[in-house]
Design a binder for this molecule. Sequence first.
Ligand code: ADP
Ligand code: ZN
Ligand code: ZN
Length: 702
Amino acid sequence: MMPSALFVQIVLDKPLAQAFDYAWDVERLGCEPAVGLIVSVPFGSALSVGVVIKVNTHSDLEIAKIKSVIDVAPLPPIDGGLLSLMNFASQYYIHSLGETIVPSIPQMWRKPERWDKLRLVAQSSVSKKKKNETASASEKFIGVDQLNPEQKNALNILLQKENLGAFRAILLQGQTGSGKTAVFLNWLASILEEKNSQVLLLVPEINLTPQLERRIKAYFPDKKIALLHSGVSEKQRGISWQEAMLGEAQIILGTRLAVLTPMPNLRAIVVDEEHDPSYKQQEGTRYSARDLAIWRAHDQGLPILLASATPSLETWMAAQLGRYEYIRLDSRAQGANLPKVHLVNTQDPQNRSQHSPLFTKIIEGAITKSLGEKKQSLVLINRRGYSPVISCPACSWMSKCAQCSSCMVMHKAGALSKKTVLSCHHCGLVKPMPNFCPDCGNADLKPVGQGTQKIEDVIENAWPQATVLRIDTDSSRRSKGAEELFQKIHEGGVDIVVGTQMIAKGHDYQNIGTVAVLDADSRLYSPDFRAAERLFAQLIQVAGRAGRSQQHHQESGDIYIETQHPDAAVFQYLLRHDVDGFLSFTAKEREESKLPPFSYQGLIHAEGKSIAKAIQFLSELKAQLVERGLVHKGVKIYDPVPKTIMRLAGSERAQLLIESNSRKHLQELLEAIDRLLRQDSQGRISKATRIRWLIERDPIAI
Ligand code: ADP
Ligand code: ZN
Ligand code: ZN
């Protein structure tokens, strides 16, 4: 008897909503078709990698026109839980299923020419369980019996058995150092007692330092951990992903992309620092990993724990309203006191230091005092490089980037480049530092403003006896990177650390006396309505770096914040370490102005050769939406505007903001926009105007 013919529907990494029919030859491919298999197929004139989403016994297409699946990756099918998540993400973020799912597969598995070799490896190697290297003594293992009463109580709530196997979302809120990590690691340990179970631990982009990694290894010496983050090599990422997919890795530890990992035996999810903006993907399918993690937990009936010292307003409100369970840790685990916050008004001439116009007397005095007490100081400035702009005092020329509407930053010669250069932080363009003004020939060009390099110089001059270390993405790019630099701080060979926000995250410093935040206002006055929320979270995190010391129980450290607006609400709540006060104040503000989470937003991006065309494209879109009666009551479409950085790498960009009081109406409208724009586009480029467009759901930068 002839076997009945088999067909599969396959999605590809194309902005095309449909799936494509292919024939499946069981004998030649050596396996039965299954939903979730990764395959290679001919598409156009080339081979493409896709994923099977349906198996059929017939096809509506003319048989002669149907091409065949060429090869199958030597992997099990992607699990149903992940496929379900991908389907949701594709719909919610208005991206095709193929565009959502295929790029989430590590590159190693997207190269069919390597599958033969990987097949051999899979057959020959019985997966060797590597033992985790023993953690160094400094990585503390806090077992259940060592937890303080508050932590034990939190753990008990998490372990409530009656909720087993059901969706639960829990916010674990507690200041930095309150012992949240110790609580959720103990919780995960108990979940992992079930044989073959898997847990997902998501961490923000920058937080994933070997320090946390080692701590986790210390908790789980005999579990296999799959690491999935941008610091992991492509090859290792491919292996980790496979181990997760095969169920061999029990702990999947990674940044936002890890939420899209196949994990057939997933039992629980933790999102650490759930408020962190790095959970939002800013290209391709612009998903929020935190939101997807919550959706995945809900869909699969799993518990998810969101941990933060400064929860996002969205999460905090859900907890306040009882939609999420709410667990608080209110004292610092090691008993250290909270650091004292000082606001330093830079407008007050009394505060200026006579040594350097960059420092206020108060901060200068605090650093000197900490030096005397053999304690370290952290100085934060949120800009790398020497000076954010070079200008000519004679003709007012400025170092503008030729490709962007922003200025090129001066970087002094150092380990990164042998010469002093100008570098654009938006498009990456690098030019030699000019000796003369390109406009008038003046040789006296002036660096304006300061970045980490300049502050480093100033500090070295002010305290010649001190050892100064700079940590930013430039200084950490070489050799072993940031970890090596952080190691130096822990060893105590450094007196003053200068750096960007990078130095504030997740590091467990033990001997910090002074933290100084320079020019905090630069992050407050931005058109983004979340600017204050973000600054508050960052400052609380920075403050958490001070006063962690075990040896100095009684002393709490000091944090100094430079601002011209000490009365601003964000600073006043900070002064009192009042996270809930700040969030409830922010909630009121948002409610009054109907901003998220009291409304829902979508953003249409448009970019092309000229800003006029991009704006026109969006204006016409808006007019059409209105004309066709697609805009419900309660939906507001703003006028198109140029983006803050209007020109980027040679193209000019505009955006159209849509706000709605109903999720459903927003979704319907965005889907309608997608259909409308697609009619006259190739992919996401308008055929008539060559404008490239993109629809974004829940934007976090407006
Ligand atoms: P968080 O995640 O809230 O910042 P951690 O769990 O990292 O807090 O704890 C902060 C510090 O306190 C860590 O060095 C940790 O090892 C230590 N710690 C946590 N819980 C305890 C405890 N019960 N006893 C002693 N030290 C603890
Ligand atoms: Zn000039
Ligand atoms: Zn540029």
